[in-house]
Ligand binder design. Structure first.
Ligand code: NAP
Length: 254
């Protein structure tokens, strides 16, 4: 690979959907920045795997839920590769099952700080580096939303669903804002995907338990979501911007 190859930042690239995106993107010719919040070992394992397969990757720590964290992520990108061509806004969290009338303001602030403000701020830093208006060469952004934005997630985590609704609207608006600056912006809406996120919300068996309500009768895999993200990142999607693509086994249409 050479220093002409495009550079992709994947927030939350150390585990789950983000890790699959990192592996697939490296195979597709991207040099990859694997961002993580706290689990350095998982991020280094993804980087090692990519390097062993002949790809180029670097792990960069930084919490997208803080301004200092975002500054250090982009400083890491600039230091490691000195350019940016793509961003996958993948880092996101859920919280434990609760009704809205049980949710604390601290819970809501964490949810929106990481899932919404983190994605918007990372996109802003990416636009500063990629937009032709700022002297960049253009680029591509893929936001990771959820079909929860369509379903609402009542009695489970309406706050999370609302944060993903904000991501949908943000995707449509940013896509229009930068459409003449060489940047495409799209989102995927995964359904129930078999990753660690369910255990972090206190429901480790959630993906399996929900199989019967998914039209395809099974949870999705991280690779199945990553495949859709890789399409949106690729030149095959050159006429696609402002789109919201469900990757949900048929759940949550439209
Ligand atoms: P996951 O398995 O829990 O992995 C989360 C990743 O995000 C980890 O790499 C984690 O790094 C990182 N991360 C968490 N908080 C972060 C922060 N504040 N700053 C930077 N990185 C952070 O999650 P996943 O299931 O792959 O989910 C990825 C995205 O898909 C999320 O946006 C999620 O909402 C969305 N999604 C998932 C599903 C599903 O069913 N899995 C469905 C719809 C949408 P550390 O290991 O260092 O903490």
């Amino acid at each position: 690979m050479s220093d002409q190859d495009p550079v992709l930042l994947v927030t939350g690239g150390s585990r789950g959907i983000g890790a699959s995106v990192c592996r697939m993107a490296a195979k597709a010719g991207w040099r990859v920045v694997v961002n993580y919040a706290s689990n350095a070992g998982a991020a280094e394992a993804v980087v090692d795997e990519i390097r062993k397969a002949g790809g180029v990757a670097a792990a960069v720590q930084g919490d997208v839920g803080s301004e200092a964290g975002i500054a250090s992520i982009f400083a890491g990108v600039d230091r490691a590769f000195g350019r940016l061509d793509g961003l996958v806004n993948n880092a996101g969290v859920v919280d434990v099952k609760a009704r809205v009338d049980e949710m604390s303001v601290e819970r809501l602030e964490r949810m929106f700080r990481i899932n919404v403000i983190g994605s918007i701020r990372c996109a802003a830093e990416a636009v500063r580096r990629m937009s032709t208006k700022h002297g960049g060469q253009g680029g591509v952004i893929v936001n990771v939303s959820s079909v929860a934005s369509l379903l609402g997630s009542a009695n489970q985590y309406v706050d999370y669903a609302a944060s993903k609704g904000a991501i949908d609207t943000f995707t449509v608006g940013l896509a229009q804002e930068v459409v003449r600056e060489g940047i495409r912006v799209n989102a995927v809406r995964p359904g129930v995907i078999d990753t660690d996120i369910h255990a972090s919300g206190g429901l480790p068996d959630r993906a399996r338990d929900l199989s019967s309500v998914i039209p395809l009768q099974r949870p999705g895999t991280a690779d199945e979501v990553a495949g859709a993200i890789l399409y949106l990142l690729s030149p095959s999607a050159s006429y696609v911007t402002g789109a919201l693509l469900n990757v949900s086994g048929g759940r949550g249409a439209p």
